[in-house]
Design a protein around this ligand. Structure first.
Ligand code: SF4
Length: 419
């Protein structure tokens, strides 16, 4: 293997997230050429992106990304001409863990991907050797020292440390995180959710609990230290967990405002600070106009994603989701009203695709959408999400097309992504 390392420290990427059909990097990063790969590293010297240049790399426009949770995600352009129409992005993220994608995945066992995923080890060793055997110019030496420390064990330990700071795992992120390529700083302001629905695979099963102000502050202080110089590359906070909206606007705003200052969102190299969170039918309907005004007054743009699942009583009963269908319809109508009235808030919602639900699930969804929206309305998105690991993709994609073809609200597939 060619073990020469070429380091380009402190490259500058784009300063605003954009929907692009070619590889792009954001913020400030180090670029390293090593063993037939181009690696993009965060400012702590940890690999974030890898692109192979050899003839067996699946596609010259595709790359691997390593998440904060130390998962590999492959960004694919091939074979999915209608990817943008289905997920609102030009690249299809393929996960190295089980997911709910209807659009296929990639074989992570193929040699070029296996080689790329082993790069943290070989790159760290090569950087260590280079530093010991040669004199290196000072900034490159600093970067190489960080790379040498970013061994696979170190990366795994960093992922575990993040969980210790949060005292939780993030089993799923809101679909709106796609607008920042899922590069969010997570802060747990609550745990669990109000319903513990029978069908759900991402619930905690414990009851809903709001974290104390001191706990939230401690997390944010620890996160500032954890991200270090790389804070400059984040413009997004995710307030967890599965129904953070139920924590109330005072808790949300306190966390968002403290995070904005302490995590440097005001100085981020990526413009347009955002806060993202999940809500539920009841936590959303409980918001008063004063709550909405408080949320809209935050320095960040706020994205709230509401889990509706179904407008159909028998289907909600089958899903063991303890919500009346009338409340689900009310939440959908209120989502539209909030999106019309508050330009700095964007509310989106999720419903399920499922061929095994009682007849009427998809039909009632189509009826509610058509009755509530006489024309296409451009704000807010309806995300449709198959339950992970169930259903025949062709049938579920037919259900998706049926709802999307109403053309009343942007309708996309929700690919469950963890942190
Ligand atoms: S679907 Fe949402 S509300 Fe229901 S259990 Fe899962 S996370 Fe909780």
């Amino acid at each position: 293997m060619d073990t020469e390392i070429i380091v380009h420290p402190d490259r500058h990427g784009l300063s605003r997230y954009r929907k692009l059909s070619y590889p792009a990097r954001y913020g400030r990063y180090h670029e390293v050429r090593f063993a037939g790969h181009t690696c993009h590293l965060n400012l702590g010297g940890e690999i974030r992106f890898v692109q192979g240049s050899g003839p067996d790399w699946p596609h010259p426009m595709e790359w691997l990304k390593r998440s904060l949770g130390n998962d590999w995600i492959y960004y694919s352009v091939r074979g999915y001409d209608d990817t943008f129409d289905r997920i609102g992005e030009y690249y299809l993220p393929c996960f190295s863990y089980p997911g709910n994608s209807l659009l296929g995945s990639i074989d992570f066992s193929q040699p070029p991907l296996q080689r790329a995923m082993r790069l943290p080890g070989s790159l760290a060793a090569a950087a260590d050797r280079l530093l010991r055997e040669h004199t290196v110019e000072s900034r490159a030496a600093e970067v190489l020292t960080a790379i040498a420390a970013a061994t696979p064990a170190h990366l795994q330990a960093r992922a575990r440390r993040l969980q210790r700071i949060l005292r939780a795992r993030i089993p799923v992120l809101p679909p709106d995180c796609r607008h920042v390529d899922y590069d969010v700083i997570p802060v747990m302001i609550s745990e669990g959710c109000l319903y513990n629905c029978g069908f759900c695979r991402v619930k905690t099963t414990a009851g809903f609990r709001v974290r104390s102000p001191a706990d939230i502050r401690q997390q944010i202080d620890a996160l500032a230290e954890y991200f270090g110089a790389d804070l400059a590359n984040y413009n997004a906070l995710f307030l967890g967990q599965n129904d953070a909206l139920a924590a109330g606007s005072a808790t949300i705003c306190r966390a968002a405002e403290y995070g904005y200052r302490r995590l440097g969102q005001e100085r981020s190299l990526i413009r347009g600070p955002v806060v993202l969170l999940f809500g539920s039918v009841d936590s959303f309907l409980a918001l008063t106009e004063a709550d909405l005004a408080r949320l809209a007054g935050l320095p960040q743009r706020v994205f709230i994603n509401i889990g509706l699942e179904s407008f159909h009583g028998p289907s909600l009963a089958r899903l063991a989701k303890p919500v009346h269908p009338g409340r689900v319809r009310d939440a959908f109508a209120r989502m539209l009203a909030v999106n019309r009235a508050w330009p700095d808030l964007e509310v989106t919602c999720n419903c399920l695709l499922d061929e095994t639900l009682p007849a009427g699930h998809i039909e009632s969804m189509a009826t509610v959408i058509a009755d509530t929206l006489p024309h296409h309305y451009p704000r807010g998105t309806l995300y449709l999400s198959p339950v992970a690991g169930t259903g025949e993709p062709t049938l579920l994609l037919r259900q998706f097309k049926k709802i999307q073809s109403l053309r009343r609200i942007d309708t996309l597939l929700y690919l469950l992504q963890r942190l």
